[in-house]
Design a protein around this ligand. Sequence first.
Ligand code: GTP
Ligand code: SPV
Ligand code: MN
Length: 592
Amino acid sequence: MAELTTNKQVLDWVEEVRALCKPDKVVWIDGSDEQLEALKQEAFASGEMTELNQEKLPGCMWHHTAKNDVARVENRTFICTGKKEDAGPTNNWMDPEEMKQKLRPLYDGAMAGRTMYVIPYCMGPIGSPFSKVGLETTDSIYVVLNMDIMARIGVKALEQLGDSNDFVRGMHAKANIDEENRYIVQFPEDNAIWSVNSGYGGNVLLGKKCFALRIASYQGWKEGWMAEHMLILGIESPDGQIDYVTGAFPSACGKTNLAMLIPPEIYKKQGYKVWTVGDDIAWMHIGPDGRLYAINPEAGFFGVAPGTNAKSNFNALESTRKKTIFTNVVLNKDDMTVWWEGLDKNPPENAIDWLGQPWNGKTSTEKGAHPNSRFTAPAANCPCISSEFENPAGVPITAMIFGGRRAKTAPLVYQSFDWKHGVFVGSIMASETTAAAAGAVGVVRRDPMAMLPFCGYNMGDYWQHWLNMGEKLGDKAPKIFNVNWFRTDDEGHFIWPGFGDNMRALMWILGRCKGTMEADETPIGYLPRAEDINIEGLSDVTIDTVRGLLSVDKDLWMEDAAGVEELYAKFGDRLPAEMRSQLDAQKARLSK
Ligand code: GTP
Ligand code: SPV
Ligand code: MN
């Protein structure tokens, strides 16, 4: 099929990739319904995808990946900058030329006998000055169909690009799905991504983590904006005013849930509403009025399936009822629908598990869905999608929230003293690891700004960039908070009900931004008074429970400071002096 553009830089690059991967043919993805429909039929015929019950789940498909290919692989993810120091101590690094030499043989002829798809895509609304274009070459129809949901693809993306050379060159090949030769490599200085030997989500949907976070964070640093691992939501007050909040939580720590929350009855009946702008990534620029504005560069949600149900996240579940791709969940053979742990108490008996094996939910002791199984759903399906979702200017941000899974240390919610202290609060984030990345689950590790796996440059420079943005924003900077929904009791049960009830913490946050809520000054920041967290309508939470959730154990915090010390020490002179003095000041406050 013919090329869709006359952009010489695009054509030259595609030709280069073709010559290396040696596919039988090259197909340019124009984004038309006919083309995508034909690709679906081809994937159904080959068994790559399975068509689901078209009455119950119109336009939906099921797919499972290889057993060894179910999550991001952080130890095989590289930031290849000319100088090692520019990737920083938290990224894997290799010299760009050396890496390319190492990887070229893996791509060489990898598409022989197959088709190479060229996917032009736009991250961000078409026409937005903040949007950016990428091209992905791939031999996977699964990738094409996912990219169609997650980004704006085809002719419109090429129109947005025009003759410009400012596009990200993403080269993906499934090759042999060989985990020993799996590489996810970013070349931020060349606007390039090389991904090979995987067919899974964040490794292969190159617009997402590889571009919209790793490459974009680097671009934002150079160009004066921010790319963050953040949800974006709007809270509408009864008077119709909408305040927008972003939240950075590590993978599988509640962004999708918070972004789509349904307010508890007490707030609903007063007229509060929540609108979703994004559930994973925010690109933020300073607007003409000096405030910080966020767009969601994505067009869909690549959300965690297990635990998603009508009660925990009704809006996410609704979003998956049509035109959705389900990856690594259970396939119910009786009615060709899907199931996962935590959906309901009625697992199918005649089913196929995430490994593609027969599975009986009534008798099996094994999980049917992989813990990191996901749905790819169009944002337009979401019942609470914001009317500003396509706004090219983005939405103004009132507050930013950091948070992670902390069984003990972090309180339910607190506010930083100011922007600089807020950058410190983000930098000391830690969280228990989840199934979203390969490796052990439940181990506490430091994850600054939830960006540890996603920062495309030296994190010391990244913190300095945050500090610089704060200088520019001045008193128009969003207020910065930290939350923790995951404190546990001695038996390991979550104390806070979470999900929709997280609105109760958001209301304190909004109150602080509007100057209507009090706070206590503590060594770690401003904390709510227990009586200021509304617990009306909660059966298992008393004011004493809230007191417990808000307690700050100084010994634990001092221990934690030692962990921060260790992290900071890795940066040498790339650590901004401000971060060091914030840590010293916090330690001094704690030991008083
Ligand atoms: P990525 O897509 O990986 O970046 O993750 P995410 O941050 O969007 O995660 P998501 O919202 O999908 O969270 C997934 C996990 O967090 C599920 O196991 C949820 O049950 C759990 N979770 C989300 N919100 C809460 C909460 O308020 N309380 C508790 N206890 N669990 C929560
Ligand atoms: C995450 O792991 O943070 C995700 C899923 O959002 S993936 O796209 O696979 O990275
Ligand atoms: Mn994520």
